[in-house]
Design a protein around this ligand. Structure first.
Ligand code: GLU
Length: 486
C-alpha cells in the first residue's frame, strides 16, 4: 500500500486551540501508527489576520505536545514551500489552467450586487447561491466592466445536475447535490487563492492522501472534490472529526475555560497528559485503560474507533489524567516543572543551589500526591516554607494537653539521635513512640502534627519530616514546646 501522508494545516491567526491540537494529534497518531508521514502546512492566505507570532506559537505548541513533524514549515522537505503565502504562483498557474479549459471564469459582480442577489434568493425562499451571472460574459462585456474599474474574481464552474458522494472514514457515506453549491470563487480580486482552492492544490502537490480534520470543513469537501475532478486528480480520503463541546453541550469556547494549549502548559499540565486527554476526545481505545502513554496511543490509534458524536471536554477528566502523570513521572522533572510556580510565590530563590533543589525535591515528593496541575503547588507546600503559627484556638487546645511537652521532648531527642531521616526511618521512629511513652497514638501524633505544621490535618508525618529536614523539624518542635509551656 502507498505510504500514508497526512497534514495539519492551521491558519496562523491565533494560538493553537484545543480543537486544532486534537486535529493535529489525530493526524500525527495516524501517521505514526501506519508508518506514514505527518506534514505541517501553514495556511496564511488571510494576510490581515495571519502573523508570524501565531505561526511560531502554533509550532512551539506542537513541539511541546510532542508531535514531531516530518515535512513542513520550520522543518523543510521536498514539497515546499509549506507556507501558502509562498505558493501563490502555483495557485495562479492552476487557476490559469482551469480558465483555459473553460472550467473557471471571471466574475465582476460587486459586493452590493451579490448582496442584492442574496436578498432575492432569501425573499423567494430559495437556496442562497451565486446565480452564475458572469458565466457567459463575452470579451466585450469583460472589457466594458473592466473599464468601469471593476476587478474580477475567478469563479469555478460547478457542474450542474451532479451529486458528490464522500465516503468519509468517520461519518460514512455523505452525499451533496451540486445544485446547492453555486459557482464559487477560487481566486480573489487581489490574486489570492481562496481556502478551498489552495487546499486542493496543496494536498495534491504535497502528496496528501488522507485528510483528517474538523467536522466544520465537511461542507467544503464537495467543493474540494469537484476541484480535484476538474484537475483530473484523485481526491484524498477524508475523515471529519466531531466538534468538541463543553460540559453544557455548547460548542467549546472561552466561556468554558482555557481554550489554547499554551494556557494549559502555563497552568502546569504535562504534555503527555494533554496528549493522552486530547486523544480521548472522540477516540476510544479498545480496552478499559485510559491512561495511555505516547507509544501506547500510537499502537492503538485507529480511525475506526473515532466516533461521530461530539466529544465533551471534561476538565475533571483532564485533571485526573494530569494528576496521574504528575505522580508517575520522575521527581526530578516534576520538581523542575514546579520550580517557576514556587519561585513566583517567593518560596524558592531564582537560582537555587543543589542543596536547595534537593530540599524542594523532597517537598515535591509529598506535594505531588495532591496536585491536579502544577499551578496548584503553592496551595500544598506552605507548611514547608512558612514557619507555622501556634496561635489558633484548635492548635492551642492540642498543645496545652499535659502530655505534650514530654512528647515533643522525646521526639526531639529521637530526631537528634537518628542516623537518617528518610521516609522509612521516620515511619519506624513515629511508630515506636506511643508505646515507649505509654500513650495512645492520638495523644502523640496530633501534637507532633500541630508542632510540625501548625495544622491539625495534612500529609503523613513520615513524609513531612524528611521534606522539612532535621534542622527545621527540631526548630519547629522547640517553638511548639515554647508555646505549649508558656
Ligand atoms: N486552515 C484550515 C483551518 O485551520 C485547514 C482546514 C483543513 O484542514 O482543510 O481550519
Amino acid at each position: 500500500m502507498k505510504e500514508i501522508k497526512v497534514r495539519f494545516a492551521p491558519s496562523p491567526t491565533g494560538p493553537l486551540h484545543i480543537g486544532g491540537a486534537r486535529s493535529a494529534l489525530f493526524n500525527w497518531l495516524y501517521a505514526r501508527h501506519t508508518g506514514g508521514k505527518f506534514v505541517l502546512r501553514i495556511e496564511d492566505t488571510d494576510m490581515e489576520r495571519s502573523s508570524s507570532e501565531s505561526e511560531e506559537e502554533i509550532i512551539s505548541s506542537l513541539q511541546w505536545l510532542g508531535l514531531d513533524i516530518d515535512e513542513g514549515a520550520g522543518v523543510g522537505g521536498d514539497n515546499g514551500p509549506y507556507r501558502q503565502s509562498e505558493r501563490l504562483d502555483l495557485y495562479r498557474k492552476y487557476a490559469e489552467n482551469l480558465l483555459q479549459n473553460g472550467q473557471a471564469y471571471y466574475c465582476y459582480c460587486t459586493g452590493e450586487e451579490l448582496a442584492a442577489e442574496r436578498e432575492t434568493c432569501l425573499a423567494r425562499e430559495e437556496m442562497v447561491r451565486y446565480s452564475g451571472r458572469c458565466r457567459n460574459l463575452t470579451e466585450q462585456d469583460r472589457r466594458k466592466l473592466e473599464s468601469e474599474g471593476r476587478k474580477p474574481v475567478l469563479r469555478f464552474k460547478v457542474p450542474e445536475e451532479k451529486s458528490i458522494v464522500i465516503n468519509d472514514m468517520v461519518r460514512g457515506r455523505v452525499e451533496f447535490d451540486c445544485e446547492g453549491i453555486g459557482d464559487f470563487v477560487i481566486l480573489k480580486s487581489d490574486g489570492m487563492p481562496t481556502y478551498n482552492f489552495a487546499v486542493v492544490i496543496d494536498d495534491y502537490s504535497m502528496g496528501i492522501n488522507h485528510v483528517i480534520r474538523a467536522e466544520e470543513h465537511l461542507s467544503n469537501t464537495p467543493r474540494q472534490v469537484l476541484l480535484n475532478e476538474a484537475m483530473g486528480w484523485d481526491p484524498p480520503l477524508f475523515a471529519h472529526i466531531s466538534l468538541i463541546l463543553g460540559k453544557d453541550k455548547a460548542k467549546m469556547s472561552k466561556r468554558h475555560g482555557a481554550t489554547s494549549l499554551k494556557q494549559y502548559k502555563e497552568t502546569g499540565y504535562l504534555p503527555e497528559a494533554m496528549m493522552n486527554f486530547l486523544a480521548l476526545l472522540g477516540w476510544s481505545p479498545g480496552g478499559e485503560e485510559e491512561i495511555l502513554d505516547r507509544q501506547e496511543l500510537i499502537n492503538q490509534f485507529s480511525l475506526d474507533r473515532v466516533v461521530k458524536s461530539p466529544a465533551v471536554f471534561d476538565l475533571e477528566k483532564l485533571n485526573y489524567i494530569n494528576g496521574s502523570y504528575i505522580r508517575q513521572v520522575s521527581l526530578q522533572r516534576i520538581t523542575e516543572l514546579a520550580l517557576p510556580f514556587l519561585q513566583e510565590k517567593g518560596y524558592v530563590s531564582q537560582n537555587p543551589g543543589i542543596e536547595d533543589f534537593e530540599k524542594v525535591k523532597s517537598i515535591m515528593s509529598v506535594a505531588r500526591e495532591y496536585l491536579n496541575n502544577l499551578s496548584e503547588v503553592n496551595d500544598h507546600v506552605g507548611i514547608f516554607f512558612v514557619e507555622p503559627s501556634y496561635d489558633g484556638i484548635d492548635v492551642q487546645e492540642i498543645l496545652k494537653q499535659e502530655q505534650v511537652p514530654g512528647v515533643l521532648e522525646s521526639f526531639i531527642a529521637k530526631v537528634k539521635e537518628a542516623e537518617s531521616l528518610d521516609e522509612s526511618s521516620c515511619k519506624k521512629l513515629i511508630k515506636s513512640l506511643p508505646k515507649e511513652l505509654g500513650l495512645g497514638a492520638k495523644h502523640v501524633y496530633k501534637p507532633l502534627r500541630v508542632a510540625l505544621t501548625g495544622l491539625t490535618q495534612g500529609p503523613e508525618l513520615y513524609q513531612v519530616i524528611p521534606a522539612l529536614g532535621c534542622e527545621k523539624t527540631i526548630n519547629r518542635m522547640k517553638a511548639a514546646l515554647h508555646s505549649a509551656v508558656n
